[in-house]
Design a protein around this ligand. Structure first.
Ligand SMILES: [Zn+2]
Length: 262
């Protein structure tokens, strides 16, 4: 394996037309992915896909926008116990689109806490989705408060903050809690995360695509697929002043370590 895209939605309907083609290119390029669930049905789909392809691992859980669904740990029992399941999520806070701020935030918090407890019970890392309201870092501050209090009681708590959109101070707080951060194709066409990438220790980062969203340069305008993670790795290498091979090797090691992949 050369690289692993740690966050894609390869099991979702978007890929029903061409999933096998995408997997064939991934096999050629030796690129794997962690496919992410956002509710019970998509979590069942990611586990089924991971069973079928050695290039895919599963992350199961409920996205903060799927509040109506809740998180019934019992329904997720066999998915969480599955040997190809490597993380819980994507879970956390999405304040970007929440209309009724107070009620939605309270409900998102209990959904998040249920999944933190589940990750601890199954000794799995968390895949965090944290999206603040416009022009603020509010969702990061709330998530970090909760994670720090759990971390004091449960030192094994660990995970990754996906689609990182915080600043160096927020990144530092994640590192202090033994969490990593990951970057998408956005970094290939926007400069706003260069500073945090330059700041972050290389062993605390991952590359991802969030496919089918945000295709990196030079694939803008096309469907984003997991093998495009090589462009994200290339851009991290450039910012870090490392060779692509060296950077790919470090990032792959980080991913294997956090998600306990063989
Ligand atoms: Zn996602």
């Amino acid at each position: 394996m050369r690289s692993i895209d740690i966050h894609s939605h390869l099991a979702d309907d978007y890929f029903d037309e061409n999933r096998d083609e995408v997997l064939a290119i991934m096999a050629e390029k030796q690129i794997g992915t962690i496919s992410i669930g956002t509710d019970l049905v998509s979590s069942q789909r990611v586990v089924a896909l991971a069973e079928r392809s050695a290039l895919v691992w599963a992350c199961v859980g409920v996205h903060p926008e799927n509040l109506h669904e809740g998180f019934a740990a019992a329904e997720y029992g066999s998915l969480l116990a599955h040997p190809r399941t490597v993380a819980v999520g994507e879970c956390g806070f999405d304040y970007f689109r929440a209309d009724d701020a107070v009620a939605a935030r309270r409900a998102q918090r209990s959904l998040f806490e249920a999944q933190i407890e589940c990750a601890l019970a199954h000794d799995l890392p968390l895949m965090l989705h944290i999206r603040p309201s416009r022009g603020t870092l509010d969702a990061y501050h709330d998530a970090l408060d909760i994670l720090s209090s759990y971390k004091k009681k449960y030192p094994s708590l660990r995970g990754n903050s996906h689609f990182f959109a915080g600043d160096t101070e927020v990144a530092k707080q994640f590192f202090d809690l033994d969490f990593t951060i990951s970057f998408t194709g956005v970094i290939t066409f926007a400069r706003e995360y260069d500073a945090v990438i330059a700041y972050a220790p290389p062993e605390r980062m991952h590359a991802e695509t969030d496919a089918p969203f945000v295709a990196p340069v030079p694939h803008r305008g096309k469907q984003c697929v997991p093998w495009m993670v090589e462009e994200v790795v290339g851009r991290i290498a450039e910012i870090k002043g490392a060779s692509i091979d060296e950077c790919a090797h470090t990032l792959l090691g980080n991913t294997k370590r956090l998600f306990a992949l063989e």
